[in-house]
Design a protein around this ligand. Structure first.
Ligand code: GAR
Length: 357
């Protein structure tokens, strides 16, 4: 940051002189630039394109507080300067302590002064306007990106932290785990609400369970036969539905498909799966059958994060059950599911509690 950060009036004046000698145009803008967002990035790019050197003058912490109220700035002047210095469009950053930019305009004496589209040349305060006119500085009002401002960003964050977390359940089967999760939500012990249930099987029980609880339920055409990979179109539809429903956490409950991109990146660390074995034993299909065939003394269920592999993600919880003499796949699965129905809602609650934003 050192060589882009201007710390004295002399340095500013020297920069202006050097550029003028070389016939270069200096562009100046100013503001708080408290929480950088894409609106800032585009605005600064546009400002930089007007000349050869862009100087951003940022209000010091006291003047931001005075202008924007207590609680602002969220980032100190030093931090804001460091972030701005990291942007390609920005050549230099200077911090000024006055509420108004007149002083800094006078010292820097840019060729062009830019403001965002919430200003018009007429809405610039008189003092600044007169100064700009007197110094022959061109005023350019640049367009802003609608909905992108520090205040809108902060208000979105506040809305998000207040609203209840939203869970989607994806399943292919009868939906006994979905029922356990929905029941926990109804009792208020899930730490969020179930906002969507999706299935790759048109008439699966899980969709009926969702309807019983008045939760939007939809079948997504997987594009391939049962067990096959979901097509890109199906994955996109799932992602669109999740995003449209503002989903925070995805719980796979008997979803017999492999989840892959673009879902994994969109919900990194926020897709859970439930598997009827003590992973890493018996990933994939027929886990109960394999445990019985192997003569194991015990089996159980695993709740884990989903990654690009098949049942390979980080394990969050395992519950063990004994395998009894004479057990069939069905009897073992029933015993495992009793544990699943208790453990899965608990793990979902823990994940929602630890999830920020
Ligand atoms: C669950 O027991 C779960 O462990 C298993 O499907 C069942 C779904 O039952 N998942 C897998 O086998 C994943 N490979 P449900 O529809 O009654 O919740």
């Amino acid at each position: 940051m050192a060589n882009r950060y201007i710390s004295s009036q002399e340095e500013m004046a020297a920069l202006r002189e050097k550029l003028s000698e070389r016939g270069k145009k200096l562009v100046l803008t100013n503001g708080a630039f408290d929480i950088l967002h894409v609106g800032h990035v585009r605005y600064l790019k546009e400002a930089a394109a007007l000349g050869d050197c862009l100087v951003v003058a940022i209000n010091g912490d006291d003047s931001v507080r005075e202008l924007k109220g207590p609680g602002r700035p969220v980032n100190t002047a030093e931090e804001r300067a460091e972030m701005l210095c990291a942007l390609e469009a920005v050549d230099h950053v200077v911090v000024f302590d006055d509420r108004r930019a007149s002083g800094v305009i006078e010292v820097i004496h840019p060729h062009i002064y830019t403001k965002g589209g919430d200003y018009t040349p007429d809405s610039l305060i008189d003092e600044e306007k007169q100064l700009l006119d007197r110094l022959g500085i061109e005023i350019r009002i640049l367009s802003l990106v609608p909905g992108k401002s520090t205040s809108a960003t902060l208000s979105n964050l506040a809305d998000n932290s207040d609203r209840s977390k939203r869970v989607a359940i994806l399943g292919s089967g009868k939906g006994s785990n979905a029922r356990a999760i929905l029941e926990a939500a109804k009792e208020g012990i899930l730490g969020g609400e179930v906002a969507l249930v999706l299935s790759d099987v048109a008439n699966s029980g899980i969709l009926d369970v969702a309807k019983e609880y008045d939760v939007p339920a939809l079948a997504i055409d997987p594009g391939t036969k049962r067990g096959g990979y979901l097509t890109d179109g199906a994955l996109k539809e799932i992602l669109d539905r999740l995003e449209a429903a503002n989903i925070d956490l995805v719980a796979l409950a008997g979803f017999m498909r492999i989840v892959r991109e673009p879902l994994l990146s969109a919900y990194t660390g926020r897709i859970l799966n439930l598997h009827p074995s003590l992973l890493p034993k018996y990933p994939g299909l027929h886990a109960c059958e394999k445990a019985i065939e192997a003569g194991d003394a015990e089996s159980g269920c695993t709740i884990h994060l989903v990654d690009a592999g098949v049942d390979t993600g980080k394990v969050l919880r395992q519950e063990t059950v004994p395998i009894l003499p004479g057990d069939t796949t069905d009897t073992l699965q029933t015993r495992i599911q009793e544990k699943e129905h208790i453990a899965y809602p608990e793990v979902i609650r823990e994940r929602l509690e630890n999830q920020t934003g």
